[in-house]
Design a protein around this ligand. Sequence first.
Ligand code: DC
Length: 230
Amino acid sequence: MDHIQIAIDGPSGAGKSTVSKAIAKAMGIVYVDTGALYRTVGYFAREQGIAVDNATAVVPYLDRIRIEVRYEDGVQCVYLNGENLGDRIRQNEISMYASAVSSIPEVRAFLLDTQKKIAAENSVIMDGRDIGTVILPDAQVKVFMTASNEARARRRCKELAEKGMPASYEEILSDMNRRDEADRTRAIAPAIPAADAIIFDNSDLDFDATVAELIRLIEAVAQEKGILLS
Ligand code: DC
């Protein structure tokens, strides 16, 4: 049987990663967090002392970056030149760097093969911004997951506090708006739904209800297309 490809795109804080993780576990497939790759390049740029508004300065350094994705106890770990960065890539400042580097064509090209290779070797649920449009255009299921700005900022606030990196709601909301606008309007791989994606707004759903609804959507598409999910 061919590998299953489920593409989950959408803005930050829509719950893509937590929900995709739960679905990967339920379906016995691999969860791929592609934002972590851009965050790793962003982290590297900051380490080099590059200013966030001068992110293209990272391009000449790309051949010094080796990124590996490994799965340890089912958890995706991203290694930068042999070092597991763990939650360091989750800091709010790194989110801004990730957004900045993600608009650079050379960076997107640099990360393309890593993403395609994982999907070629495994059945995946992959989340990001351009999965259904660029990385896995033939994915059997494409979902664009979104929620209101306020709901998304609240969730991101809670997530950062739980990770021991608290930031104020106002700061998160304004950074998130800035970042989403940049991601959506950039010239390359803008963060917009694929023409054949299902739009799923979960502003009024909690985590369990979101997972249940997404599983229902995936099963409905699979049935319609005659795809065997397991
Ligand atoms: O999902 P995230 O917040 O971890 O993503 C970090 C940044 O990377 C975000 O601003 C958008 C960008 N990104 C992207 O351009 N393409 C992807 N496939 C994933 C993330």
